[in-house]
Design a protein around this ligand. Structure first.
Ligand SMILES: [Zn+2]
Length: 346
């Protein structure tokens, strides 16, 4: 049985601001959406949202998807009113030039434009060089005096990009990492009727700065198995050798064997791929020598939890033009749903 996703919810999720440590808008939205379909919902001290649904067995499945996104933090305002910033989570400065942001002030968001010294006045030595973070600034279009009133050091700035569908079933937006995982977990949780497992659907905080939320969430739950729902970089782009592409767009759900932080137990990996084959769900192997996700924290919690990252192939990851494919989203929903309903035999 497949679950038809409501992509308008994905659209809404990508547009909410939720930089690491400032996930409240995403959490509030999910709480309202999922409280009516959950047995109970609670928020822990760090801000993780935990939604529970009782199953027909005594086994516990931990699903986790991080709510936070990478973004910027204003750390200095100069005498002309331009904002200087640091990144929260890993962002390549090359992707920030000439982009738009929404500065999250106490009185609401302000549009900001990221600028640098224009080509016309760069020196010979500067020309053609990659731009460094300290050479970039945010212009909110206000006088220095107005900026001082409205913007404060410590305000966060989210990348700004509308959700757009394009090409053959592709989606471009900011924060696909990891509102895609959040969306998949939401759609699955909504559809669960008498699942095999007691399902703890945890929407975690602060993954992008070192899997912090998942560490405390996993501590509080006795899990028999964990599926971590996240994105992974699809390097199926020009200039990358096939063996270095990690996963490919439209190749199905990525089932992780290894990343820098977690190795999936062989029996769990086999059970997941067999489930895909039985249910005719497209899947591909994910091997990522760099990076990690919430599974890194969960599999080392308590006395250890068998864990696997289900990974959505995403191009241009950690930029504001992240791209994923609807058919991969569907495959990941189908696998997660069937695992929760039927149980994973491993
Ligand atoms: Zn992620």
């Amino acid at each position: 049985m497949t679950v038809k996703p409501d992509f308008s919810i994905f659209n809404t999720l990508t547009q909410l601001p939720g930089i690491s440590g400032r996930e409240q808008a995403v959490r509030d939205y999910l709480k309202e959406l999922l409280t009516p379909v959950a047995d109970w919902v609670r928020t822990d001290a760090l801000g993780n949202l935990i939604c529970f649904k009782k199953g027909t067995s005594d086994k516990n499945l931990l699903l986790c998807a991080h709510m936070d996104e990478v973004g910027l933090l204003v750390h200095f305002i100069d005498e002309s009113g331009f904002l200087r910033f640091i990144t929260v989570g890993g962002i390549d400065p090359r992707t920030l030039l000439a982009q738009r942001v929404r500065v999250q002030t106490q009185n609401g968001p302000l549009l900001g434009i990221i600028g640098t010294k224009p080509a016309h006045i760069t020196t010979e030595a500067e020309r053609g060089k990659a731009v460094a973070l300290q050479d970039l600034f945010i212009d909110v279009g206000l006088s220095a005096q107005e900026v001082k009133k409205q913007v404060h050091v410590g305000d966060f700035a989210v990348l700004d990009r509308p959700y757009e569908e394009f090409g053959n079933g592709l989606i471009c937006a900011k924060a696909i990492d990891n509102r895609a995982g959040v969306f998949i977990q939401t759609e699955v949780f909504k559809q669960l009727q008498n699942p095999f497992y007691n399902v703890y659907a945890v929407f975690t905080v602060q993954e992008e700065v070192g899997v912090r939320g998942a560490t405390t969430a996993a501590f509080g739950i006795d899990s028999d198995v964990c599926l971590c729902l996240d994105t992974t970089g699809a390097a199926d782009i020009p200039g990358i050798a096939p063996q270095d592409q990690i996963v490919r767009l439209c190749g199905g759900v990525g089932i992780s064997i290894l990343d820098a932080r977690t190795i999936t137990p062989r029996p769990l990996f086999d059970a997941l791929t067999q489930m895909c084959d039985k249910q005719h769900i497209a899947w591909q192997v994910r091997i990522a020598q760099r990076g990690g996700n919430d599974a890194a924290a969960v599999h080392l919690s308590k006395t250890g939890v068998p864990s696997c990252a289900l990974s959505l192939p995403t191009r241009n990851i950690h930029s504001n033009v992240e791209v994923c494919a609807k058919q991969d989203v569907q495959a990941m929903i189908d696998l997660t749903y069937n695992c929760a309903m039927q149980g994973i035999v491993f």
